[in-house]
Ligand binder design. Structure first.
Ligand SMILES: C[S@@+](CC[C@H](N)C(=O)[O-])C[C@H]1O[C@@H](n2cnc3c(N)ncnc32)[C@H](O)[C@@H]1O
Ligand code: SF4
Length: 428
């Protein structure tokens, strides 16, 4: 995860409620629909990996799955009222470890999604799975329930590295899980973590080369990030864990770009690689700044309601979330109306992660703002930004290495767009 970590449900910017109503609406330019996604967060794992700061918890004996299912169904009902009449383009079961859910639970959630919204005929339904929780029967059960894509947390093909990462599976189990995924689903992806302590260029070249022979049409490569308050952060503070520094990490990243590009899986986002047309549609909704329901403990959502784009987040602690849902029908603890500048910041930050960049016309339509032409020209002159077509901008390879700086410069140069946000246009 270089510079900005992957989050299946991206964290919102810190923001306070806007004291005014504004009329920003989601608007889709032709050919780049952002879609409407439903994110379901299963917050449990068999054990906690020492690098991970996702909202994941371990429960001896496992959680009360029927009780959680009832709460998921109730929260979906709430979301259906909050964001009616959308057409669902993707559903994503993330975690935690959603492959610890029974296929029946997954099926019941998908049934409720279908009962709550129109669902596109070619809807993408992804489930994240840990290799150690994969068995063929369970995968066939997910397929029968309506899942049509899996994303496996392989992380490494090296047993010593898997041990260092605190994973519960071996490389052999990861290979077996990839085989089951390949045999069961037309679309599958897997995650690898690189820039691990002591990882050399030669070792990464060999490991990624093997991964590319196993990958189908999508692969995620995350640079190891030392997250605050994790066991890895404590080890690093005591000098017992050293990850490759900036230059070495960049070389590993650059090698990954070369190898994946040569294998026909170029990056379409900082950490995500796909054959053209096989990008993860659900994550594209986040990066194109579309709307999504965030269901489950700690899940984030974005919805345009009453003329305002809202950032929602749910109670993180699973049992407290259950109590809230039982009491109020949902576990949401925040629903903040985003100011135009906050929306523009978010849209820039998300959109510039994409290799294709973002459309400044869409930015204007969503937020009423666009960066001053002079600021864009400066970044182009510095070789950090590229223009494409009449209103598209994207980070250059050099710009991707300093993406936060590029976003900051554009965000500081926002001004009212002549093209005003169009009232009355419903969200994606
Ligand atoms: C929610 S986790 C995925 C699913 C599953 N629980 C698993 O671990 O296999 C999503 C992905 O984020 C990546 N990830 C999590 N924490 C990370 C970190 N600190 N540095 C780099 N990658 C990380 C891992 O590749 C992981 O597969
Ligand atoms: S299995 Fe995945 S979500 Fe769970 S602790 Fe490990 S990395 Fe985090």
């Amino acid at each position: 995860m270089p510079s900005m970590p992957y989050r299946t449900a991206p964290a919102p910017f810190a923001s306070s409620p806007a004291p005014f109503s504004q009329t920003a609406r989601a608007l889709e330019p032709a050919g780049e629909a952002a879609g409407f996604g439903v994110y379901i967060h299963w917050p449990f794992c068999a054990s906690k990996c020492p690098y991970c700061d996702f909202n994941s918890h371990v429960r001896a004996g496992g959680p009360d799955e029927p009780r959680f299912l009832r709460a998921f169904l109730a929260e979906l009902q709430h979301w259906a009222e909050l964001a009616p009449d959308r057409e669902v383009t993707s559903v994503f079961f993330g975690g935690g470890t959603p492959s610890l859910m029974s296929p029946q639970t997954v099926g019941a959630i998908l049934e409720r999604v279908h009962a709550s919204w129109p669902v596109r005929a070619d809807v993408e339904v992804t489930l994240e799975a840990n290799p150690s929780s994969v068995e063929a029967g369970r995968f066939r059960g997910y397929r029968a329930a309506g899942v049509n894509r899996v994303s496996l947390g392989v992380q490494s093909l090296d047993d010593a590295a898997l041990g260092m990462l605190g994973r519960r599976h071996t490389a052999g189990e990861a290979l077996a899980a990839i085989e089951v995924a390949r045999a069961t689903f037309a679309r599958y992806s897997f995650d690898m973590i690189y820039a691990r302590p002591g990882q050399t260029m030669a070792a990464w070249r060999e490991e990624l080369g093997r991964a590319l022979t196993l990958a189908a049409r999508h692969l995620s490569l995350y640079q190891l990030t030392i997250e605050p308050d994790t066991p890895f952060a404590a080890l690093q503070a005591r000098g017992k864990l050293r990850v490759p520094d900036g230059g070495a990490a960049h070389d590993l990243y650059a090698l990954a770009q070369d190898l994946t590009g040569a294998a026909g899986l170029p990056a379409y986002e900082i950490s995500n690689h796909a054959a053209p047309g096989d990008e993860c549609r659900h994550n594209l909704t986040y990066w194109r700044y579309g709307e999504y329901a965030g269901v489950g403990p700690g899940a984030h959502g974005r919805v345009v309601a009453d003329g305002m784009r809202r950032a929602t987040s749910a109670e993180r602690q699973p049992e407290l979330w259950l109590e809230r849902v039982a009491a109020t029908g949902h576990g949401m603890v925040e629903s903040l109306a985003l100011r135009p500048t906050e929306q523009a910041d978010e849209a820039l930050l998300m959109g510039l992660r994409l290799t294709a960049g973002l459309d400044l016309g869409r930015l204007a339509a969503v937020s009423g703002l666009r960066p001053r032409a002079g600021a864009v020209d400066e970044l182009v002159a510095l070789g950090l930004l590229q223009r494409g077509g009449t209103s598209r901008v994207r980070a250059s390879p050099a710009g991707r290495l300093v993406l936060n700086e590029v976003v900051l410069r554009l965000a500081c140069a926002l001004e009212p767009a002549t093209e005003r946000p169009r009232a009355g246009v419903t969200g994606s």
